[in-house]
Ligand binder design. Structure first.
Ligand code: FES
Ligand code: FES
Length: 159
């Protein structure tokens, strides 16, 4: 079956079984390896991409569901040579340890800032909650998101 959608700002057409998860199409067919396979069950967030400004688990979303929609992956935010604001903030805050969760974290944060450019601390923590980092870099990830949004750290971190 043919699926037509917009991928990182460009028209994209893929031929696949309509039930194939978007994650598999991105990684195996389109060679975009930013989004990672973690659990395959919607429980870790490593596969997070943005579809029409919503963070989604691409391991659970069948490719047919993105017909006519706009998909953004971490590759769409910038490059190693020219990182986007969020990518740069994660780099400056050294928010990665093994790095496996980071593309998903960046994409969930991207969706948050698209919806709410100046989120408060509760909004950041609530929105990021579905994505897990087994290395425990969550505090640095929160700092990176605040940096990208131009927000001050909460009082507890300023002390
Ligand atoms: S791989 Fe998709 S949520 Fe874990
Ligand atoms: S940096 Fe290793 S899982 Fe998050």
């Amino acid at each position: 079956m043919t699926t037509r959608f917009t991928l990182n700002g460009h028209a994209q057409t893929v031929e696949s079984d309509p039930t194939t998860p978007l994650l598999y199409v991105l990684r195996d067919d389109l060679r975009l390896n930013g989004a990672k396979f973690g659990c395959g069950l919607g429980q870790c967030g490593a596969c997070t991409v943005v579809v029409d400004n919503q963070a989604v688990f691409s391991c659970l979303l069948p490719i047919v569901a993105v017909e006519g929609r706009s998909v953004t992956t971490v590759e769409g935010l910038g490059t190693a040579a020219a990182p986007g604001a969020l990518q740069k903030a994660f780099e400056v805050e050294q928010a990665a340890q093994c790095g496996y969760c980071i593309a998903g974290m960046i994409m969930r944060a991207h969706a948050l800032l698209q919806q709410t450019p100046k989120p408060d601390e509760t909004q950041i923590r609530d929105y990021m909650q579905p994505n897990l980092c087994r290395c425990g870099t969550h505090m640095r990830i929160l700092r990176a998101i605040r940096r990208a949004a131009g927000l001050s750290p909460p009082a507890a971190e300023r002390a």
